[in-house]
Write a protein that binds this ligand. Structure first.
Ligand SMILES: CC(C)(COP(=O)(O)OP(=O)(O)OC[C@H]1O[C@@H](n2cnc3c(N)ncnc32)[C@H](O)[C@@H]1OP(=O)(O)O)[C@@H](O)C(=O)NCCC(=O)NCCS
Length: 158
């Protein structure tokens, strides 16, 4: 992350509606946008994000360039295992280490209570596959037609 104005931090209540708009916009550009993905837009509404901020098992981080949200990650932990639900970076800011930074910060935040972290990708999402491999995630399973899409499940021990 090069600019001085670019900073990573926990999502704040005041940014919930901007984050919901960022999430919706970013999701619509995905090649694997589907009815199931569309349901997720409702899950990440500003109202739900504000509620999620009170949930100690959820990690919601954003990267901002000044006041603009350019990256977002949501992850959840349950009984010593964690799951990265979404990591999204503004197309104008990609390949500059923003997703890597969001994931590393999530891993650090989870490390005390979590021993394993999982994430899924589509087998076609080569950028995400490269990203998770580079950060030490190992493929542990392939699910056919899970939520109508094939999925690779990745795991990293923390
Ligand atoms: C996948 C995604 C999150 C990567 O974000 P990013 O900030 O560009 O990723 P980083 O800059 O941290 O890149 C880390 C590594 O990922 C891979 N990568 C990222 N962008 C890439 C590209 N355009 N081409 C090839 N590899 C790429 C590389 O291995 C890269 O390491 P390198 O810079 O040393 O080559 C981003 O492309 C995105 O938002 N995609 C849409 C949402 C999505 O697919 N999310 C993942 C599943 S939830």
């Amino acid at each position: 992350m090069q600019s001085n104005k670019i900073a990573i931090g926990r999502l704040k209540n005041a940014d919930a509606s901007v984050a919901a708009r960022f999430f919706k916009g970013a999701l619509k550009t995905l090649p694997y946008y589907s009815p199931e993905t569309r349901d997720d837009i409702a899950l990440y509404s500003s109202k739900n994000l504000r509620k999620d901020l009170k949930d100690r098992n959820l990690i919601l981080l954003v990267v901002k360039d000044d006041k603009k949200i350019i990256g977002f990650i949501s992850a959840s932990s349950h009984k010593a295992t964690g799951w990265i639900d979404y990591v999204l970076v503004d197309p104008n800011y990609r390949h500059r280490g923003i997703a890597s930074s969001l994931i590393r910060n999530t891993e650090r935040a989870m490390k005390r209570s979590t021993h394993k972290i999982w994430v899924d990708t589509s087998p076609d999402n080569l950028k995400a596959i490269k990203l998770f491999r580079k950060l030490g995630y190992k493929e542990i399973a392939r699910l056919g037609r899970y939520h109508n899409q094939d999925k690779i499940i990745w795991e990293k021990s923390l």
